[in-house]
Design a protein around this ligand. Structure first.
Ligand SMILES: Nc1ncnc2c1ncn2[C@@H]1O[C@H](COP(=O)(O)OP(=O)(O)OP(=O)(O)O)[C@@H](O)[C@H]1O
Length: 223
């Protein structure tokens, strides 16, 4: 689904990824871990085409990102759902409106019953009309997940999705991501939370990637 071939990326004066090659295959489940500032968010941005490698190649769904037209790039991005670290919502829109926003932006129809089913699936039935300021951290994260998957993406990238959640809510979110993976979605979660990774590995065949010193390596089985 997403392949990096000898890809490098850095900001001026700082190399974050140096010649990384790896594949996120269909229906795989990956964690991405590594010290703060190692480049996890940057790696995710490369995967969804917000950044382009300085050298090497990145291909998504069989197409080289560098060769994609603007429209093709937009099409590729629609196949990737992103749960951002800060789950930004538009403050003046309700939860349901925020969740439906990717469809509105893409000019796609909103089927109210599908939206209601999705909100119920993430445990937010009854919260449709709430404003973002009225949501708890766990509700925001589940809303952000709903927004990421409303367009039925093939790949879900989540950046520290359980960062501000207690354990019970982290487990709830993890089980939703595991369920999505069982439906055939490719899932990549960037996280510092080793307990989350250990627990997930009892539920799903997850591969753990670690970014360190510009390399992305498969972490040992002790994780
Ligand atoms: N737009 C930018 N310009 C310059 N440097 C940046 C930019 N964005 C990120 N960086 C730097 O790149 C490094 C990697 O950032 P990134 O957010 O990818 O790390 P991370 O592993 O996700 O960190 P954390 O776990 O703390 O969220 C950091 O040192 C950061 O300061």
């Amino acid at each position: 689904m997403i392949e990096l071939h000898d890809a490098s990326y850095g900001y001026p004066g700082r190399t974050l990824l140096a010649g990384v090659s790896l594949t996120l295959s269909r229906a795989s489940f990956h964690f991405l871990t590594g010290p703060s500032g190692a480049g996890k968010t940057t790696f995710l941005k490369l995967c969804y085409g917000e950044l382009r490698p300085n050298a090497g190649r990145l291909s998504a769904f069989g197409a080289d990102l560098a060769q994609l037209s603007r429209d093709d790039l937009a099409g590729m991005r629609r196949r990737i759902g992103v749960v951002h670290q800060d789950c930004e919502f538009l403050d003046h829109l309700t939860l349901a409106e925020n969740v439906a926003l990717p469809l509105i932006v893409a000019g796609r129809p909103i089927v109210e019953s599908d939206l209601a089913d999705l909100l119920a699936w993430v445990g937010l039935r009854g919260r449709e009309g709430a404003l973002p300021s009225e949501l708890s951290g766990g509700e925001r994260q589940r809303g952000a997940l709903a927004r990421a998957i409303i367009g039925a993406p093939d790949v879900i990238l989540a950046d520290e999705p359980t960062g501000n959640l207690d354990w019970e809510m982290s487990m709830r979110l993890l089980s939703l991501l595991v369920e999505l993976n069982r439906m055939g979605k490719t899932v990549l979660i960037a996280t510092h939370d080793l307990n989350l990774i250990r627990t997930a590995k009892t539920q799903v065949a997850a591969r753990v990637l670690r970014i360190k010193d510009g390399q992305v390596q498969t972490a040992g089985a002790d994780l």
